[in-house]
Design a protein around this ligand. Structure first.
Ligand code: IVH
Length: 673
């Protein structure tokens, strides 16, 4: 049998498994006996073990016998469990260091010490200790909210229950990785596809006795909140962890300079096969906690750490066809349909070609033999074309100048920052006028960071769209549930679940609402900034009636690109209709006013000239941490103008004219105590 045939057979079984599961869990009416159900599970796992390339998110080995959300109590993390940015080569590391030096306002001679820690590919967990006793253990969940898996974690021998050391903090949330050693996994091969799944599956068993049967290990590497921690650096903290009885990774190192990070990386990558647990890269953390604190976080990841991934796996295949996908903002992404190829255990049959420019630069054609690379969860992409293998009469690929979905002209924007034409070609129609864009816009609307409607996945959006049940976002809140109940694959219980999750989101925060609209250039961060400044949906809608956008112009972080994009949004009648309907159907909560009581609360600041002790970005984040805000124009609304070296005299004069207080750097820092 060919790999493709085996995969087909496997996917059929997965489909059947999903069906049984649905009847069992969602509808509470199993359609097969437990025995048949278990037999099917076993068949799937056996196939996965025999053919390592088989993989499916819906495999029983990814969800053995449990429905976590139903079983475990959800608990909010006091400090979110962040993820990490990725680096793939030396250049990425050089850039990482440069950005840090810029932020800290230091020159290239400043020596940064890093803690370099092999990145274990397991399941992260957070362990809360109070007065030396292990109280609560949580899974990562979505980073903000995890599941209470205390009892299961208690079965792991590496997790100390009582810690008596004198310097153990009064309260601390110790974080680390739960994993299974490869040698132990050997014995469990029949039940799980890989060690990570085995760890995850056993950690979330309903019955802790089941967890105990599997030899899970724990390695500690960071902390969330703490009261009374003495360590001043990551390396000191790692030593503390050992003193307190935790296991730490014996391959952790403290290093300086990118060159040494690279040497260490190569050395560990070579050893990878000999280590008894899976690692997928090296995590670098700025060692000094004071610097970590100054650097802070961006969106979901710390500025002070990065994961250097081990090199990707690659494989060779042939391009059968090039298809064009249309994204939410109209971007046309070419995707190569390739003969299925097994790359590092996963069958790959699509590879992104990024954009028109990439196709032209590499002269990629249908029929070409190509080298494909796949790294972790990143979409596989084409590295190079083997021109020697090219069949002589293949033609250059013509990128469509008309949108394949709606027929509108496709255009390339001019980028004013780079002074070049964009590499990406887009459909020129405005959002909902293009079918493919509309569908993608609705997928974005219901997605996790936007309305977060549980159970409303991409497939359901497509399905409901094709059945004319939804065409615009507001249709979600006017769904005909009776009709849905009569559809194939839906029943009373699943419709009730859907209705419940939709109703739950009829009240929503202003920032999520703005983000959900999917306005180009308004991502999560910008949506937050707009929400904080405009405060309510009413003020946002009011923009549509204004000829100027003064309310937005003064917001730091919102530039010309964003303002133009919002203007475009308001120019379109369908968008106005969407806004109006959603405003009628939903309750959009006003933005919470920032914590009062911050040292700089309700005060606005502006800088002119170079600061001597820190970068602009750090100064800005310091002001925001203390509840102040930054403006980018001298107006009556400005409270303080802070003057650095070589300030703009025009700004100082304007400030004097308006009676704005003028501060030098040291008086400003005194305000912050
Ligand atoms: S630090 C904000 N240290 O990698 C800092 N993470 O992509 C994040 N991981 O979810 C955690 N080894 O599961 C840290 N030595 C290490 C790690 C490590 C593995 C995992 C962890 C986290 C993911 C971040």
């Amino acid at each position: 049998m060919t790999d493709e045939k085996i995969n087909q057979k496997y996917q059929k079984k997965i489909k059947l498994f999903q069906k049984y599961n649905k009847y069992y869990y969602n509808l509470n009416e199993p359609i097969v006996s437990d025995n048949d159900f278990d037999l099917l599970k076993l068949e799937i796992i056996k196939l996965e073990n025999k053919y390592k390339f088989l993989n499916s998110a819906n495999s029983p080995s990814n969800s053995v016998g449990f429905k976590p959300s139903k079983v475990f109590k959800k608990v909010k993390h006091t400090v979110p469990m962040l993820s990490l940015g990725n680096a793939f080569d030396e250049n990425d590391l050089i850039n990482f260091e440069k950005k840090i030096l810029n932020f800290l306002n230091e020159d290239k001679n400043f020596n940064i010490k890093y803690s370099a820690e092999p990145k274990i590919d397991g399941i992260s967990a957070s362990l809360i200790y109070e007065d030396g006793k292990f109280i609560t253990g949580l899974s990562r969940g979505d980073g903000k909210e995890g599941e209470d898996i205390t009892e299961n974690l208690k079965t792991i021998k590496d997790i100390p229950y009582f810690i008596k050391s004198k310097n153990f903090p009064r309260k601390i949330d110790i974080r680390g990785e739960v994993f299974i050693q490869n040698s132990d996994f050997e014995k469990l091969k029949n039940k799980f596809a890989n060690p990570r799944n085995a760890a995850s599956g056993s950690l979330r068993q309903k019955d802790p006795k089941e967890t105990k049967k599997i030899p899970l290990k724990f390695i500690a590497y960071t902390f969330g909140f703490e009261k009374g921690l003495k360590a001043a650096s990551q390396s000191e903290f790692l030593n503390n962890l050992k003193e307190w009885g935790f296991k730490t990774n014996p391959l952790n190192r403290t290093l300086e300079k990118v060159k040494n990070l690279m040497n260490n990386y190569k050395e560990i990558e070579k050893k990878r096969g000999d280590i008894d647990f899976d690692i997928d890269g090296i995590v670098y953390k700025i060692n000094d906690f004071r610097l970590q604190k100054r650097l802070g976080n961006v969106a979901n990841a710390p500025r002070w750490a990065i994961a250097h991934k081990f090199s990707a796996n690659s494989g060779i295949s042939k391009i059968k066809n090039i298809e064009i996908q249309i994204g939410r903002t109209g971007a046309l992404t070419p995707v190569a349909k390739i003969n299925p190829v097994n790359i590092g255990g996963v069958v790959v049959s699509n590879a992104t070609l990024h954009n028109e420019e990439e196709i032209n630069r590499k002269d990629i054609r249908v029929g070409d033999t190509v080298l494909i690379e796949r790294a972790g969860d990143v979409i596989p992409h084409v590295i190079s074309v083997d021109k020697k293998m090219r069949i002589i009469d293949t033609k250059k690929f013509n990128f469509p100048h008309k949108c394949p979905s709606c027929g509108s002209k496709t255009i390339k924007d001019f980028n004013y920052t780079t002074r070049k034409e964009d590499a990406v070609r887009r459909c020129s129609s405005e959002g909902y006028e293009c079918e493919k864009m509309s569908i993608e816009k609705i997928k974005h609307f219901v997605s996790k960071e936007a309305f977060n409607i549980e159970g409303f996945g991409k497939k359901i959006v497509e399905n409901f769209w094709n059945l004319n049940l939804i065409k615009l976002p507001q249709d979600i809140f006017r769904l005909d549930f009776k009709k849905i109940e009569s559809l194939d694959g839906w029943g009373k219980q699943s419709v009730a679940n859907l209705k419940y999750s939709i109703n739950l989101r009829k009240t929503i925060s202003f920032e999520r609402f703005i983000y959900a609209l999917g306005i180009r250039h308004i991502g999560l961060e910008n949506a937050k900034i707009i929400s904080k400044n405009l405060k309510s949906l009413k003020n946002f809608i009011a923009l549509s009636k204004k000829s100027n956008f003064d309310d937005l112009i003064n917001i730091d972080g919102i530039g010309e690109t964003q303002i133009n994009s919002i203007k475009n949004f308001f120019r379109n009648n369908t968008n106005l209709n969407v806004l109006k309907s959603l405003n009628d159907l939903l309750k959009v909560k006003d933005a919470e006013t920032p914590k009062v009581g911050g040292l700089l609360s309700n005060k606005t600041f502006m800088f002119t000239g170079k600061l001597s002790s820190m970068s602009r970005s750090e100064a800005k984040s310091l002001i925001e941490q203390n509840s102040g805000s930054i403006v980018s124009n001298v107006t009556k609304k400005l409270d303080y103008l802070i003057i650095g070296e070589k300030p703009t005299n025009r700004k100082i004069d304007a400030a004097k004219g308006l009676g704005v207080k003028i501060l030098d750097q040291s008086s400003w820092l005194k305000m912050l105590k």
